[in-house]
Write a protein that binds this ligand. Sequence first.
Ligand SMILES: [Zn+2]
Length: 317
Amino acid sequence: MKRPLLAVAATHVCVAATVSALSCLPAAAQGIDYSTLEIRTTDLGHGVYLLGWRGGDSLILVGDHGVLLVDTSVAAMGDKIKAAIAKVTDKPITLIINTHAHADHFGANEALAKGGASIVAHENLRERMAKGQYLAAFNQTIPPSPPAALPTLTYTDAMTLHFDGETVQLFHPLNAHTDNDTLVHFKRANVIHASGTIGGDGGYPFFDMSSGGSLAGIIVAEDKMLSLADVKTRIVADEGEPASTETLKASRDMLVTLRARVKKLIDDGKSEDEAVASKPTKDFDAKWVHQGNFVTGDTMTRLAYQSLKGVRPRTTP
Ligand SMILES: [Zn+2]
């Protein structure tokens, strides 16, 4: 195995979920046996539920006529997602939104759309799924998805869905967690799915530069969510409890400070290793690094340095 671009592979692995999909999961999920995983369902109000399994967590909106599902998890979790939905409602899945093209967000698309659900996503996501991807950060290849798994409806900048009384706004932040993110805002329920643009459990956020993500884009995405949020908004990350607006604001402020610090190191002519050695995240790490987080302070510094320098990750293995 080649050395990963970033020093993140030691605590973050991509697990082969099926022949056709790979799932990038945090350290807590390494070597996981999906058959032992339980989905934890949390009622967020107004028909919105969080289906949490410590991976690409899903949301559902239950309406009178059907279920809107945000993210389908890995293929191996598809039946469990179905079973978790069946405990809440007997209505069919009629609409699926994929927030981004990491495989723990679209892996069970084909199985869960089989009943006739439409799949909505940003146009870049469909292209990445159709072509297949190489994620340099993890040195992992994701093969092309079969046609039945691909989004049936794509958008470019923003889209509004009206679903059984709820207004669901989709926004595409440019080059944030990836180049194909969708922020999903349930207006009545006051819930936002962040598409990986905030860190799980209040940790550092991760931007996957091999998927077109960037530090600047993550900050813009967090600013966008702040513009949508009030004090009661719940912001759903890839895993863990939903974050508060206060946590989102703290994340945004931390990132802006970190960007300024790393930019200064670059302007002073420091190399990436010298930047890491100067520990620009030192006063942040106690708050933003938790046990099991794969984004440590040093990893965050490398990510920030490379993003600000415009380092281009490999596009092939
Ligand atoms: Zn992701």
